[in-house]
Design a protein around this ligand. Structure first.
Ligand code: NAG
Ligand code: CU
Length: 243
């Protein structure tokens, strides 16, 4: 949905959850379903639009809002993040993120002392991304819609055990041809990793800071750009030797 302030206000009268927008909300690990127990849920499904705002870290209120629990997994396990347009509507017949909200999806992690209270000010390293596959004309958000909102990735095997925040993000680019038009949808999950290694943490980036409003993957008219060269925002995924 192309939103204007008037449209947002009008939609707000009818629903807290505007059409076309979305929230990363559930998590899992293979056959284990954590539902939303470790998710710092944002107050609604509206996007963050400023890359320099503190909201770019873990969404509105996400730096302090603490989830009810912590999701425990082992290093090297599969982890699943799950996005849906409406809170707690996990129906696979409804699009995870609809309304032409095309764009990349990515997952970052940040080592913290205590996942239930950390504010996300540490360094974030990228563990997964899906931008645009030109051969199948598939965006990361198309991938979510084809997989009931779920994206699975591998928790690196060779990172230290302990608490982490996991930051899942989709960027909708349907109105990104003008500065500030890209829509950022992210949620942070409180995760504890058992096992792991004594190895060093990968280098990371800060939020805010990792993105600029003029990055080629953020300020882009996807209707006229050569998408075969689409550049996913942020750093590269960490080296395969960590996995
Ligand atoms: C975030 O947490 C760090 C580490 O505990 C702390 O140094 C910093 O002051 C906190 N930032 C805010 C805005 O609370
Ligand atoms: Cu929208």
């Amino acid at each position: 949905m192309k939103t204007t302030n008037a449209a947002v206000l009008a939609a707000g009268i009818f629903s807290q959850y505007a059409a076309g927008h979305s929230i990363f909300q559930q998590a899992g690990s293979g056959s284990t379903d954590f539902d939303t127990k470790c998710t710092r849920l944002p107050p609604n499904n509206n996007p963050v639009t400023s890359v320099s705002s503190g909201d770019i870290v873990c969404n509105v209120g996400g730096a302090s809002a603490s989830a009810s629990g912590i999701c425990e997994v082992n290093a090297g396990d599969q982890f699943d993040v799950e996005m849906h347009a409406q809170l707690n509507d996990r129906s696979c017949s409804n699009e995870a993120i609809g309304g032409n909200h095309y764009g990349p999806i990515m997952v970052y992690m940040s080592k913290v002392d205590d996942a239930s209270s950390a504010n996300g000010s540490g360094d974030w390293f990228k563990v997964d991304e899906f931008g645009y596959d030109a051969s199948t004309k598939t965006w990361g958000t198309d991938y979510l819609n084809a997989n009931c909102g779920k994206r699975a990735f591998k928790i690196p095997s060779k990172i230290p055990a302990g608490d982490y925040l996991v930051r899942a993000e989709a960027i909708a680019l349907h109105t990104a041809g003008q500065t500030g038009g890209a829509q950022f949808y992210m949620s942070c999950y409180q995760v504890r990793i058992n096992g792991g290694s004594d190895g060093q943490l990968p280098a990371g980036v800060k939020f805010p800071g990792a993105y600029s409003a003029s990055d080629p993957g953020i300020l882009i008219d996807i209707y006229s750009a050569d998408l075969s060269t689409y550049q996913i925002p942020g750093p590269a995924v960490i080296d395969s030797s960590y996995f």
